[in-house]
Ligand binder design. Structure first.
Ligand code: NAI
Length: 681
């Protein structure tokens, strides 16, 4: 049914104004499509129609909540064609972000004008789709094949200036958009050929192969960039052939596992940023932040905070360390300048907001302090004792610890409701994940402030309770443990790594350890030794490598060998023989594993640990677990995360594999009850 409130038509002399008003982003819901179809009929007789949107943006995409259902009439391709065929020509007058269905609608209009700063995109690729209303067929005809590839295959946004250069829009409106549209109608150019009647050549075989190879490399197993490339080539066919092919593939992809996972990730990101624990709670304002420890993490956190517009006081042990910390942050800022991400003016502004010091009293006026000193309980306790002395009684105190128990760190601090964990990932100014760790004392207001800070720093914040390693590192430990059991039982490091890369992970567990260094996990295993159940299987291969000084890439060798200064892992006979000898000494008859068996076991372990984390209330929901994996550990977004994947593959299958894993290593695994860990997205 047409809904007159969502799309309205008004007359102004011989001009018909059509306005879409479907907050928040004017998505092309069924009501909008029906309203537009009706509007095309209603504007007939007018000399020209102007299509605009209310609110902060032109149509910024489809309504993803409709994608799980069969497509409802009127279908967008038909509506776009109605606009294109309308006897009264349409002008799209656009502002904000013109995305997906919005850009398809715009391409159906006769002329396009845009406010300064408007951005255009075909981001369907990011949710595992191709456009479904002529986007892949009209964009190459309107903009040329290369620009269409950038938009549809890479999800790149083009700004109004670029769009005008490409001939995609007729005018950039300086000042008031409606006034500019009205002015445009006063001297209408000759009506151009419909976009769908124009012609474009497909890429030749060589260019296609080259583009495909580049996309494949970046896609890491995701199919939609390649499918978009294929669909764009159909633009060389008559529109009446290409367009139905595009539509059919679009509808098919809505049901695909990849698209479902990507849509799930999109919604999950929004869900995790609003945990139940802070529902209805207003955050406090944070403008001035103190960071103690300006090493690798502290400098990265400072960089993230300065980028987010905060004032930062960075405290180090002595004047020399403070100067070194300042150099470290300045180096990160310079890196941004070199990459064109930070202007000279912004750099000066950021540096002006940074104070480096060795005096705690400089933190006195800070609203919040984050500690990022050595991973040592006594050192951290000392830091908070000093902060508590100089800061106000309700200033928020946060620790960036990876493994220590925050309740022990904060023991004895007055007003413990102001204490929490803010666990950043390295490099802290790049990695999206922020684990926000709640102690039994943390107040909801303090937690909410942590989430507000995360948002300001453009992080994906996930709430975690306290357990060894919190959500992410606890899962990593389980994953590594099974990976090492596999080595002892018959696999080799490169086989395990290749099996996980084939699942879309950027790296396997052993390459990753080599990259980050083996010593932190080694220290943890030593720390955990006292509390590890004696019956649990413990393999010493990694410990042996550490004892040999093979600490990873930086030491030149770890699980692999590295040529001088190189980062490419090379298989190392010495390690492989060591593993085989180790199995023999342990009396294990080595067996072989297929890549699928390796991947199944490791993914089952991840899902099982994730489900236990939810069951224990460490995470509120499976979505939290998945977002930690996506944004902190490189789990492929197009697979949604280990919990979503388990849901899709059926938990009964995952638990069947998990029982096998548990049988192979008795007394080493606690099986989850997945029924207690189901997703809400
Ligand atoms: P780091 O060794 O690079 O930096 C620590 C810094 O703290 C040094 O610059 C040191 O001079 C300073 N420091 C030590 N004691 C101090 C004191 N009493 N007052 C002021 N400054 C002091 O260590 P990194 O890697 O930056 O780690 C810091 C913390 O962040 C640790 O708790 C670690 O577990 C955690 N973390 C580390 C991650 C990583 O990937 N390295 C990831 C997430 C958390």
């Amino acid at each position: 049914m047409a809904d007159n409130t969502v799309v309205s038509v008004t007359r102004e002399g011989d001009i018909a104004w059509v306005e879409i008003d479907n907050p928040p982003v004017n998505a092309t819901s069924t009501a909008v499509r029906a309203g537009l179809a009706r509007a095309v009929t209603e504007v007939q007789g007018a000399r020209v129609a102007i299509l605009t949107c209310a609110g902060r943006t032109f149509v910024a995409g489809g309504d993803m909540s409709e994608f799980d259902r069969p497509a409802e009439e009127p279908h967008l391709p038909d509506v776009v064609q109605m606009l294109e065929d309308s006897a009264t020509p349409f002008i799209a007058a656009m502002h904000g972000t013109v995305l997906g269905g919005g850009f398809e609608i715009a391409m159906g209009c006769t002329w396009r004008i845009a406010a300064e700063g408007t951005k255009f995109g075909l981001p369907e690729v990011n949710v595992g789709l191709i456009p479904g209303a002529g986007g892949t067929q009209r964009a190459p005809r309107l903009l040329g094949m290369q620009a269409a590839i950038d938009m549809a295959c890479s999800g790149k946004f083009l700004d109004a200036v670029k769009m005008e250069k490409l001939g995609g829009i007729d005018k950039i409106a300086a000042g008031d958009l409606k006034a500019a549209a009205r002015e445009f109608t006063q001297a209408l150019p000759q009506r151009p050929a419909k976009v769908r009647d124009r012609t474009v050549k497909a890429l030749d075989v060589e260019a296609y192969a080259e583009t495909e190879a580049a996309l494949r490399k970046r896609a890491k197993g995701q199919k939609s960039p390649l499918l978009n490339l294929e669909a764009l080539q159909w633009a060389a066919l008559p529109f009446s052939e290409g367009q139905p092919k595009e539509r059919a593939l679009h509808l098919e992809l809505r049901q695909s596992a990849e698209s479902k996972a990507l849509r799930y990730a999109f919604f999950a990101e929004r869900v995790v940023s609003k945990p139940k624990a802070i529902e209805g709670v207003a955050p406090r304002d944070v403008e001035h932040l103190a960071i103690v420890g300006g090493g690798l993490m502290g400098a990265g956190i400072a960089m993230a905070c300065l980028s987010g517009g905060l004032s930062v006081t960075l405290i180090e042990r002595d004047p020399e360390s403070a100067a070194a910390a300042r150099d470290r942050v300045a180096g990160l800022i310079d890196g941004g300048v070199k990459r064109g991400k930070i202007s000279e003016a912004k750099k000066a502004d950021m540096l002006a907001r940074l104070v480096t010091t060795d005096s705690y009293s400089d933190a006195a006026s800070a609203d919040l302090a984050i500690e990022a000193v050595f991973e040592d309980l006594e050192v951290k306790r000392g830091v908070f004792a000093q902060l508590a002395q100089v800061m106000s009684e309700d200033a928020i105190l946060a620790t960036n610890t990876s493994y220590l128990d925050p309740t022990l760190i904060f023991e004895g601090i007055s007003n413990p409701s102001r204490c929490l964990g803010l666990h950043f990932f390295s490099p802290a100014h790049v990695m999206k994940l922020l684990e926000i760790v709640k102690t039994p004392d943390t107040s909801a207001e303090v937690l909410a402030t942590g989430f507000a800070l995360g948002k300001r720093l453009r992080k994906v914040s996930v709430l975690s309770g306290i357990c060894d390693g919190f959500i992410g590192n606890r899962m990593l430990a389980a994953y590594r443990r099974e990976a090492e059991y596999l080595l002892a039982d018959g696999a080799l490091p490169h086989e395990v790594d290749a099996a996980m890369r084939a699942q879309g992970l950027p790296m396997g567990p052993f390459e990753l350890q080599d990259l980050t260094g083996l010593q932190i996990a080694w220290a943890n295993r030593k720390r955990q030794a006292a509390t590890r159940p004696p019956e649990e299987r413990y393999e010493r291969i990694a410990d042996t490598l550490c004892e040999m000084g093979r600490l990873g890439q930086r030491s030149g060798e770890g699980w692999y060998r590295y040529a001088e200064g190189a980062r490419t892992p090379q298989r190392d006979e010495e390690v492989e023989r060591l593993i085989e000898r180790y199995s023999a000494e342990r009396g294990i008859t080595r067996r072989s594993y297929t890549p699928q068996q390796i991947a199944d076991r490791l993914l089952a372990v991840l899902a099982n640990e994730g489900a236990r984390i939810v069951q224990e209330g460490i995470a509120e929901r499976p979505e939290d677990v998945d977002m930690v994996q996506l944004h902190g550990y490189g789990f492929p977004r197009w697979r949604g995360g280990p919990m979503h994947l388990a849901e899709m593959q059926g938990w009964e299958n995952i638990m069947k594999t998990m029982r096998l894993v548990a049988e192979e290593s008795p007394n080493s695994w606690v099986l989850a009850d997945p029924a207690k860990a189901t997703a809400t997205c």
